[in-house]
Design a protein around this ligand. Structure first.
Ligand code: ATP
Length: 254
């Protein structure tokens, strides 16, 4: 991996990009995944590259929702496996959620590389790998309609980081509660999910793990209240306002 000096003003962002490129070289990430990262980076810039107040609130609600779930599942794609494999396994343990590999651009070799990465990072059970348990989610055309009978198919809460809008809608139509990480508050996924964490997954995932740990001491009534008090549309608006305020500030100094 090329060395990026810590003093570089965009070091953090470049390191994340390097992880993606490295993931691409290792067969985890699709070409399209690199482009999706680019779209995310642009929104991260506009958000000020930090976890805002609205994102922190969404993280808390997501933790409450995961702890309240009966059958939570985390859907893993190539970008997630390249960016934060250790954390995604830690989150699944902390939230007692299953891991399922689910790819938009289906490819058996890529799937194997993702499974290997998850195993190397401590995952024991990984769903979405055995065709005997494959079934179809209706209302979606892409390869992502194929889900695991013991995973996403029967889940009540599904975490879909860096997702595409069609599948988010299909999951909602199938009665699932959908939690997503998406830097773009305007994307169809952001607008369709129940809980949208508008933040870079590389920053937000540790916060979500910590929040799950913290809220695990709360009773079910308190968790339900956290969930009921949340309005995703309002939260998305707050993220758009954060972008607007950043731009206004920048326009003043420019
Ligand atoms: P939609 O169909 O929901 O409108 P899209 O076509 O814009 O989505 P994709 O190209 O599928 O989206 O990309 C996935 C989304 O993931 C993008 O909205 C992008 O902003 C977001 N994204 C990319 N990288 C990250 C990241 N590191 N953290 C959080 N979100 C990210």
């Amino acid at each position: 991996m090329p060395l990026i000096p810590k003093s570089h003003p965009r070091a953090k962002s470049l390191l994340i990009r390097e992880k993606l490129v490295d993931g691409f070289d290792r067969g985890l990430v699709a070409k399209e995944g690199l482009l999706a990262q680019g779209r995310g980076e642009a929104f991260d810039y506009l958000l000020g590259e930090k976890t805002g107040k609205a994102a922190k609130q969404a993280i808390k609600v997501a933790a409450a929702q995961l702890l309240q779930a009966q059958k939570p599942v985390i859907s893993v794609n190539g970008n997630i496996a390249a960016l934060c494999p250790k954390q995604i396994v830690r989150l699944s343990k902390q939230a007692k959620a299953k891991l399922e590999v689910n790819l938009f651009y289906a490819n058996e070799n890529r799937k194997k590389a993702i499974v290997k990465t998850l195993r190397n990072n401590g995952a024991k059970e990984i769903l979405g790998t055995n065709s005997r348990f494959s079934t179809r989610l209706s209302g979606i055309e892409s390869a992502r309609r194929i889900v695991d009978k013991n995973g996403i198919f029967e889940a009540d809460v599904v975490v879909v980081p860096l997702e595409d809008g069609d599948r988010t809608m299909a999951l909602r139509n199938a009665g699932k509660v959908v939690i997503t990480f998406d830097l773009n508050p305007l994307s169809r996924t952001s607008q369709t999910a129940d809980i949208t964490i508008v933040d870079n997954v590389t920053r937000a995932i540790d916060l979500l793990i910590d929040e799950c740990k913290k809220l695990s001491k709360k009773n079910s009534k308190s968790l339900k209240k956290i969930i009921l008090d949340f309005d995703n549309k309002k939260n998305l608006t707050e993220n758009v306002i954060q972008i607007k305020n950043n731009l206004t500030r920048r326009a003043r100094v420019a």
